[in-house]
Design a binder for this molecule. Structure first.
Ligand SMILES: Nc1ncnc2c1ncn2[C@@H]1O[C@H](COP(=O)(O)OP(=O)(O)O)[C@@H](O)[C@H]1O
Ligand SMILES: [Mg+2]
Length: 260
């Protein structure tokens, strides 16, 4: 056994057998390779490797402050790039601006403050397509068809809507340019339990219709139960990667990250 193999075996034992394979599928839609990133001089992420295949549904879980949101922000050009690459559809995008990244086909729903409160629902959706010369009416209608409550409330100010409705609006806005990849940072945060289930159903449908999804979730058990693959990010590194089901069934992951 080579030294590297021995280290891998020992590591696999210390992680309860969960895969820690950092390899990135060369054909994936999104590839994050050896990514170092942070804020100004402060490095948060260290050698993060992950991928999302075309049409795949991938979840990132991990403790508070681990760097999950920072991974999402880094894909969308909102952090300081310090090393490594982010490749989308064969093109390197690390260091690009968010408005350039939107053009490439990535939509992003931030964890907080993800709607313009003083604007109406419809105006929020229009903002999602601000990089276009004209308002894409057919796309607004497509979002209304997906989230009928948004059509009913089209003239209402976003700031007066409930948490669940705002979350739908934020998703609708991110879908306005019909992205190939949707980044969702804690879409179920702050929602009542029945709304959490509804939100996950809607995400399933968006993914079933062909949009790849990379999602961060605190509701780790539910999220891992629904997605194709999951990553567990700890202290700025991805520590485990496997199918959602395998992570759910892994003793070590359950004890350390899923509350038993
Ligand atoms: N804008 C920022 N400036 C400086 N540090 C930040 C900023 N945003 C997050 N951090 C720090 O980065 C680390 C990871 O945060 P974050 O990615 O939000 O974690 P998670 O989403 O996993 O809870 C934390 O230590 C946090 O304090
Ligand atoms: Mg976060």
């Amino acid at each position: 056994m080579s030294k590297a193999e021995k280290e891998r075996t020992e590591h696999a034992e210390s992680t309860g057998g969960a895969k820690t394979d950092a390899s990135v599928d060369p054909d994936a839609l999104l590839k994050v390779e050896g990514l170092d990133a942070g804020y100004g001089d402060l490095q948060i992420l260290s050698d993060v490797n992950l991928h999302v295949a075309d049409g795949e549904y991938v979840t990132i879980v991990g403790p508070n402050g681990a760097g999950k949101s920072t991974v999402m922000k880094s894909v969308f050009g909102l952090t300081t790039h310090m090393g490594g690459t982010v490749t989308f559809d064969g093109k390197e995008i690390q260091g690009n601006l968010p408005e350039e990244i939107i053009h490439e086909g990535i939509g992003y729903v931030p964890q907080n403050e993800n709607v313009f409160e003083t604007l109406s629902v419809r105006e929020n959706l229009e903002m999602g397509a601000y990089i276009l010369d004209s308002v894409p009416e057919d796309q607004i209608q497509a979002v209304y068809d997906r989230f009928p409550i948004l059509e009913e409330r089209s003239e209402q100010k976003a700031g007066t809507m409930s948490g669940g409705q705002r979350q739908m609006l934020a998703m609708g806005r991110a879908l306005m340019l019909d992205p190939d990849l949707l980044l969702l940072d804690e879409p179920s945060a702050g929602l009542a339990p029945d709304l959490v289930a509804e939100m996950f159903d809607r995400i399933d449908r968006i993914n079933d219709d062909g949009t790849a999804v990379l999602m961060v979730e605190q509701n780790a058990k539910v999220a891992l139960g629904r997605c194709d693959r999951g990553y567990v990010v700890v202290q700025g590194e991805n520590r485990y990667v496997d199918s959602g089901e395998a992570l759910l069934n892994n003793e070590q992951v359950r004890q350390d990250f899923l509350g038993g």
